[in-house]
Ligand binder design. Structure first.
Ligand SMILES: *Cc1c(COP(=O)(O)O)cnc(C)c1O
Length: 364
């Protein structure tokens, strides 16, 4: 966090960046440098000891039996779909209100993304999922967006009834809980991103899949490494998508601090919510579901006076932005294939030209 809390109203405050990656460095830099130096001395840069070590520690943290490190969150999603034999001719249901990568992963796996509108938590509206199921549906892919878990009991009940897989996009939910389980341990597989700005971020790109089933796990190990079952034996057409040893070493050091960092994000969020509420401002603060903890990857607010608030915060040196300005189904790359304008009213009510568009004011 930052010291904006102490700043006086009306005077230009200490700048509050949208994301300040330097803030956590003093806590971890020495340890990380030592670990990186060790990797350099060992020269095991690809799938070295630290990759296996981090996979073990991260899966234990999540509570899942297996974890496979990959090159990015997008790769985590697309490879896990392939590992579940989801591809051409199949449909996957996901929320319209998400980062584009969730949909792109389905497309990259060869399947068709089918979007579903969101609820007041900005998460998939489980009441609408069944209306999206067809004979081609293979999986439901809920996203624990902004750091809060989707209603997984409802998702799993629907999946069970229709014999569908459930795979979580947990790229914004490292450490979040739904009831007594962590995100990534609530379905067949959980997909994580370690993009530097995520709650657990590498010094570059990285991703990981937590997995319940040993066969799926073994498929993932092959898929990420050219489809090889052992050196020079390629059983399946895989790709090159591995978590670098250096990135794994960085992540392994940072993992120890994740709960404390998530905790301080929570304190900051509670402080913002209290101030906004006490001031009686016309601002919707984030709603926290009773079933989920929130790790506040992002602190999302909505206000009818969005533009005025944006200018005020900008004048105060507080970085903020509109998140996400264009919903997935209105992105140029998908044309009208995922549903045209008006298809997902709730998601679209958060568009930038809509007076109630959310803006985001908290990142770290
Ligand atoms: C960041 C993110 C991804 C993609 O992760 P990358 O590591 O950037 O590929 C996927 N889904 C969501 C919800 C994300 O926020």
């Amino acid at each position: 966090m930052n010291n904006s809390k102490q700043s006086n109203q009306g005077t230009a405050a200490t700048p509050v960046p949208f994301v300040d990656l330097k803030a956590q460095l003093p806590q971890v830099q020495n340890e990380i440098t030592a670990r990186i130096n060790r990797v350099i001395s060992d020269t095991a840069f690809i799938l070295g000891e630290d990759t296996a070590g981090f996979e073990k520690n991260f899966s234990a943290y999540i509570g899942a039996p297996y974890a496979a490190g990959v090159a990015s969150g997008l790769d985590a999603l697309r490879l896990v779909l392939t590992a579940h034999d989801i591809g051409p001719g199949d449909e996957v249901i996901l929320p319209a209100n998400t980062f584009i990568a969730t949909a792109l992963a389905v497309t990259a796996a060869g399947a068709v993304p089918v979007l579903c509108d969101c609820n007041d938590y900005y998460l998939i509206d489980t009441g609408l999922i069944e209306s999206k199921i067809t004979a081609k549906t293979k999986a439901i892919l809920p996203v624990h967006l902004y750091g809060q878990c989707a209603d997984m009991d409802a998702v799993r009940a629907i999946a069970e009834k229709h014999s569908l897989f459930v795979i979580e996009d947990a790229a914004q939910a490292h450490g979040a809980r739904y009831k007594d389980q962590r995100a990534g341990n609530l379905s067949s597989a959980g997909c994580f991103s370690f993009y530097p700005g995520k709650n657990l971020g590498a010094f570059g790109d990285g991703g990981l899949i937590t997995v319940q089933n040993k066969e799926i796990y073994q498929k993932l190990l092959m898929l990420r490494n050219y489809g090889q079952s052992k050196k020079y034996y390629h059983d399946t057409k895989g790709v090159n998508s591995r978590l670098d040893t250096i990135q794994a070493a960085v992540l392994d050091v940072k993992l120890k601090y994740l709960d404390a960092w998530n905790h301080s994000r929570n304190e900051a969020a509670a402080y913002y919510t209290k101030c906004i509420t006490d001031a009686g401002l016309p601002v919707h603060t984030p709603q926290i579901s009773p079933d989920s903890t929130h790790i506040f990857h992002l602190y999302i607010i909505r206000t009818p006076k969005r533009d005025a608030l944006l200018s005020y915060l900008t004048a105060q040196n507080i970085s903020c932005g509109i998140h996400y300005p264009i919903p997935v189904h209105l992105q140029k790359c998908y044309g009208n294939t995922l549903g045209g304008k008006g298809s997902f009213p709730k998601t679209e009510s958060f568009r930038p030209d809509h007076p109630n568009m959310r803006i985001l004011i908290l990142r770290d």
